[in-house]
Ligand binder design. Structure first.
Ligand code: MG
Length: 308
């Protein structure tokens, strides 16, 4: 199924050169609310979560088929790979961040902060120093639809950092309302974080494990901002409403990819990382682009980053 609408790629600036073959393909439909796409290159498949149905799905790049990867996935939401290719997962229902090891077992990375349960971890990324950063809005505890209704235990909604090695967890923001999608800049000196309540993306300096100098990077004109990913040129791609919005690193909106449903998250994948995958309400979409996703990170030992 393909949508060849001529308005699918909206070019607002000549720097938006992602056209590809101008086809948005619906790879699968039949979910309720999809999130968390992550491409697993070693297996040539994409995992994504159908949150209200409490299941993780797997799209196979070789056969084009979609199957259930895991039932009862604890209402998992955002996912990414660490530098070793292990899956990092935000379990909204269990209110924790976990890692799936190469043998399939799961390691809990963070479940509480100062003795209190998180709200419902939403999205997670790793820095090349091995630290793991995640957001903690309340969407998994406000109803039984996307998790398990429960009172919040922590004051507010924040970004947290899990230390490499010790796995100590630190709160690194104090002035966000609904932190959601997040992604590092190519040089990892900046963290982009979407705040869904305010419809904008903020930037923070990443300095010795703290986030400082928070600024509004860009405001999205419509929709609820959710997932954030970068391409290899440093452009910032944001899922919000029925579109993926592409911002130059200077904050200019340079183009959009229009989607027939409300988008939640995106990722780049395929062997060349030039395939855009979009989770949007009930369906998984993809488009081949003329740009590549940001390269996968190689882990850099802590000592080489000392003094940054
Ligand atoms: Mg999210």
């Amino acid at each position: 199924m393909k949508d060849n609408s001529p308005t699918m790629f909206e070019v607002l600036d000549e720097r938006f050169v992602c056209g590809g073959d101008d086809q948005l393909e619906q790879l699968w439909t039949g979910g309720r609310w999809l999130e968390g796409p992550v491409y697993v290159p070693v297996g040539k498949y994409l995992l994504f979560n159908d949150i209200p149905n409490n299941r993780t799905m797997r799209w196979d790049e070789t056969s084009g088929t979609v199957s259930t990867f895991e039932h009862s996935s604890d209402y998992s939401n955002g996912q990414s790979l660490d530098a070793q290719g292990r899956l990092l997962v935000c379990e909204q229902g269990a209110r924790r961040v976990v890692r799936t090891e190469h043998d399939g077992s799961r390691t809990v990375l963070a479940a509480t902060f100062e003795g209190k349960r998180f709200n419902s971890p939403n999205d997670v990324v790793e820095h090349s120093d091995g630290s793991i950063w995640f957001t903690d809005p309340p969407y998994g505890i406000t109803s039984d639809y996307e998790g398990v209704r429960a009172p919040a235990e922590l004051e507010g909604c924040h970004v947290y950092r899990i230390e490499p090695g010790t796995q100590a967890c630190r709160q690194v923001t104090a002035d966000m309302d609904r932190p959601n999608g997040l992604a590092f800049s190519l040089d990892e000196t900046t963290l982009y974080v979407a705040d869904t309540m305010h419809g904008h993306i903020r930037t923070f300096d990443v300095d010795s494990g703290q986030l400082t100098d928070g600024k509004v990077f860009a405001t999205v004109a419509f929709g609820k901002v959710d997932g954030v990913r970068l391409d290899a040129t440093g452009n910032v791609w944001v899922a919000a409403g029925p579109a993926i919005h592409c911002f130059h690193s200077d904050g200019t909106l340079i183009g959009r990819v229009h989607v027939p449903e409300i988008s939640s998250n995106l990722t780049f994948g395929g062997p060349k990382r030039n395939r855009l995958f979009i989770c949007a309400t009930t369906s998984l979409y993809s488009a081949l682009l003329n740009v590549n996703g940001a390269p996968r990170r190689t882990q850099i030992p802590n000592q080489k980053r000392a003094g940054r």
